[in-house]
Design a protein around this ligand. Structure first.
Ligand SMILES: Cc1cc2nc3c(=O)[nH]c(=O)nc-3n(C[C@H](O)[C@H](O)[C@H](O)COP(=O)(O)O)c2cc1C
Length: 228
């Protein structure tokens, strides 16, 4: 049962008290995932593979640049025209549906479509800036806009270095509006052996933040044997 593994689907209270979906709300089993042209296609890849096991329905929105960056970084050939999850994720995931990046005649474009939240991984500074300023000029930014206006969980995984003042202000504004900013900063304290392990240190924290009981990374200093 997919939904039983999701502990708390709703957004937590932002520090301004807005965008609060109570954690007691029932999970819809639906997730919206945005992938942009920031570096870090491996995060999107690893996240989707995991999230597909927890959600009944994943609406995937990829920017044009996301395809190009994924091809460059992962050495794969993926395109919107010939879309197949197995090319990118190793096997077919029928519950992941790719939506047109300009197609507003799709569920996440409207607040009436209930879902458990949206994750943008990786998130470019361009997309972050557009969302921060309400410029919903494609389905990805519109869906994020909808999350903020409906008080739904919105997780951004930005990747850029260094951040200029405009980027920092945009991310602050997004946090103030209720988004959760989870920068693609891998952790080393679990001594990752492979690139996949390293990427999973980020992926596991996103899953955790969505309220999912994940097994990718152990909780720090918790012995699973002694846990009931
Ligand atoms: C190989 C490659 C890596 C990139 N990495 C980043 C990055 O880490 N962060 C970022 O903000 N932009 C990055 N960019 C630039 C974005 O792809 C570009 O700003 C694009 O317009 C973002 O559009 P999107 O948000 O609609 O995907 C990269 C571009 C390329 C070609």
């Amino acid at each position: 049962m997919v939904k039983s593994r999701i502990r708390a689907a709703g957004a937590t209270k932002s520090f301004l008290g807005r965008n609060c979906v109570e954690s007691s709300e029932m999970s819809t089993g639906r997730l919206v995932v945005g992938v942009t042209g920031a570096s870090g296609a491996i995060y999107a890849q690893r996240f989707l593979m995991r999230a597909a096991g927890h959600f009944d329905e994943i609406s995937l929105i990829m920017s044009e640049q996301a395809f190009q960056v994924a091809e460059t970084e992962l050495g794969i050939s993926i395109s919107r025209e010939v879309w197949d999850t197995s090319t990118w994720l190793g096997r077919s995931y029928p519950n992941i549906k790719l939506l047109g990046s300009k197609n507003y005649f799709t569920p996440p474009a409207s607040g009436s479509y209930r879902h458990d939240g949206m994750v943008i991984v990786p998130c470019s500074m361009g997309s972050a800036g557009r969302i921060a300023h309400g410029i919903s000029d494609d389905l990805l930014t519109r869906s994020a806009d909808v999350c903020l206006k409906e008080g739904r969980k919105l997780i951004l995984v930005p990747r850029e270095m260094p951040w200029n003042l405009i980027m920092l202000r945009n991310l602050t504004q997004l946090a103030e509006a209720g988004a959760t900013i989870m920068p693609a900063c891998p952790a080393w304290y679990h001594q990752p052996k492979t690139l996949e392990d390293l990427a999973d240190t980020v992926v596991s924290r996103i899953l955790q933040n969505l309220g999912i009981d994940q097994s990718l990374m152990k909780e720090w200093m918790v012995d699973p044997q002694t846990e009931s």
